[in-house]
Write a protein that binds this ligand. Structure first.
Ligand SMILES: Cc1cc2nc3c(=O)[nH]c(=O)nc-3n(C[C@H](O)[C@H](O)[C@H](O)COP(=O)(O)OP(=O)(O)OC[C@H]3O[C@@H](n4cnc5c(N)ncnc54)[C@H](O)[C@@H]3O)c2cc1C
Length: 483
């Protein structure tokens, strides 16, 4: 049995801790906040509940397999896209229904969507056999000839969209999937185009009571598995000799020894502060940070006729928007706005007859001191933008609150508030992220900044990968396999 320390109780850290404890190891998890879940967080005010992180759950079986039994609600409409010309595209799980919607929006493009979906499904299958199957640097057992070409065809996501669609609105719809990884469609690899195959294959889901309930369920499973969970316990340093880790030092000064340390903090925090490694930091800097988010929460009176759970209201100039975020590194002048309203499917999320709006804009990670305006002024710009595009909330706002990259950074310890650590930049970006094995024996990385990347199902898959690596390196004497 190995003594394992997990640094951070985000979803990746919790999944790794759970599987290692079930595999027979002695696991301690240290979380600096007073609750588990990391970015799976919420804010409650005056009877309104707002998710500060994830709002859409995909691949729910990843959590079911871990023992999460909570009721999940499948969304009939995955997302509604509203374009700058006022037209709308409703996305449905069923590929035939989706293709018909695309055909209605842009006559002649329904068949193109089917071809795109076929490409995405092939790319997803190849990714499952390779990229998602294990750590980087090891030839996956199931890999087939041609998988690498399917995953990394040497195009950007925008290049992929251009290959399939003539209509600029459909290119914008495809490009949006880059933001699922905090990246720009003009730099991110085409591989991110496999995400729609996940949504149209397994659907989009909501967790009754809000997505943060998933963190509650994982916390219960940790208790059941005997993980020693310490909240309010920040790790200040990972200690190591020349070849192997030896434990951690807590911010309180307490030293704790371990055979293995699994770090769920951002890789930049690990290599910048916890166990400094300039070479690895430089390598991460070459990809650049992922985007961060500006969140505007609003308690809204009255119900909006026909409002779906998820909407995206697109900007008129997508290329200009990403040039602002990743080039000039300023919040976009004309932003695309995501709107999430869980009260549509769950009355517990807002008082009767009211709505809980979470509005999210992709913004650069980093110092908000560089912002040309205050958060409140930017919040007003978001509301004005929405009003111009058919969502006028004036006269209906009970209150608003903003969260900037600095707020996210402080909450989650993610440097600059970067949601996914590094961005996906260049054809081979998925293979250039920090790996799951650290530079010393017994050091492992899990979470959105490490392989295989961010998003709830992916960080859970990363937890599984790391648990199997530890199990392989330090088999537990009980003989039970980490499943
Ligand atoms: C606004 C927003 C919207 C999103 N939307 C979606 C979505 O709709 N669907 C989806 O699937 N994903 C979404 N995501 C992404 C998803 O939330 C993340 O990828 C995932 O939750 C990250 O999990 P993680 O394992 O990387 O850990 P994190 O959530 O990053 O947690 C890391 C934990 O480590 C702790 N920690 C850090 N340093 C230390 C230390 N030194 N000592 C002790 N503890 C430490 C932190 O406090 C934190 O709790 C969204 C994220 C954000 C921010």
């Amino acid at each position: 049995m190995a003594e394992v320390i997990v640094v951070g109780g985000g979803v990746g850290g919790m999944v790794a801790a759970l599987l290692l404890a079930r595999g027979g190891h002695r696991v301690r998890l240290y979380e600096k906040l007073d609750r588990l879940g990391g970015k799976l967080a919420e804010r409650e005010r005056d009877g309104f509940a707002f998710s500060l992180g994830p709002s859409l759950l995909t691949l729910p079986e990843v959590f079911r397999e871990l023992g999460v039994t909570r009721e999940l609600v499948e969304l009939d409409e995955l997302c509604r896209y509203r374009f700058a010309d006022g037209s709308e595209l409703r996305a449905y799980r069923d590929p035939a229904r989706m293709a018909a919607e695309v055909e209605r929006l842009a006559p002649g493009e329904g068949a193109s969507w089917r071809a795109f979906h076929q490409w995405a499904a092939t790319c997803l299958d190849a990714s499952r056999r390779t990229f998602f199957a294990g750590p980087l640097g090891r030839r996956p057992e199931q890999a087939r000839l041609g998988d690498l070409r399917a995953v990394a065809p040497g195009r950007t996501l925008d290049g992929l969209a251009r290959r399939f669609f003539r209509d600029p609105r459909l290119r914008q719809y495809v490009g949006r999937y880059a933001t699922y990884a905090g990246s720009s469609p003009y730099r991110a690899p085409a591989a991110l185009g496999c995400v729609p195959a996940i949504e149209h294959g397994d659907g989009g889901w909501y967790v009754r009571g809000g997505l943060p309930r998933l963190a509650d369920d994982l916390a219960c499973l940790l208790l059941g598995a005997g993980v020693d969970v310490r909240t309010g316990a920040e790790v200040a340093e990972v200690t190591a000799g020349p070849s192997a880790v030896s434990g951690v030092v807590l911010a309180s000064g307490e030293r704790v020894a371990a055979d293995a340390v699994v770090v769920n903090a951002d890789a930049a925090a690990l290599y910048g502060r916890l166990l400094p490694d300039r070479r690895r930091l430089r390598r991460m800097a070459r990809l650049g940070p992922s985007s961060s988010a500006f969140l505007l929460l609003a308690g809204v009176t009255g119900r909006t006729e026909g409002l779906p759970h998820h909407s995206v209201v697109f900007s008129a100039d997508y290329r200009g928007e990403f040039a602002d975020i990743f080039g000039r590194r300023v919040p976009p002048h004309d932003p695309t706005v995501y709107i999430g309203c869980s009260a549509v499917d769950d009355p517990s999320q807002a008082p009767a007859g009211a709505e809980n709006w979470v509005m999210l804009v992709n913004v650069p990670a980093g110092d908000p001191g560089r912002w040309p305006m205050t958060p409140d002024a930017y919040g007003d710009r978001v509301l004005e933008t929405l009003a111009r595009r058919g969502h006028d909330l004036s006269g209906r706002l009970r209150f608003t609150e903003t969260f900037t990259p600095a707020d996210l950074s402080e909450r989650y310890g993610a440097p600059g508030g970067a949601i996914y650590g590094t961005a996906y930049r260049g054809a081979l970006a998925p293979f250039r992220r920090p790996g799951n094995r650290g530079p010393r024996r017994g050091l492992y990385l899990v979470g959105g900044s490490a392989h295989p990347g961010g998003g709830l199902p992916l960080v859970a898959m990363g937890g599984r990968i790391v648990a199997s690596l530890v199990q392989q390196d330090m088999p537990a004497r009980t003989g039970t396999e980490a499943r």
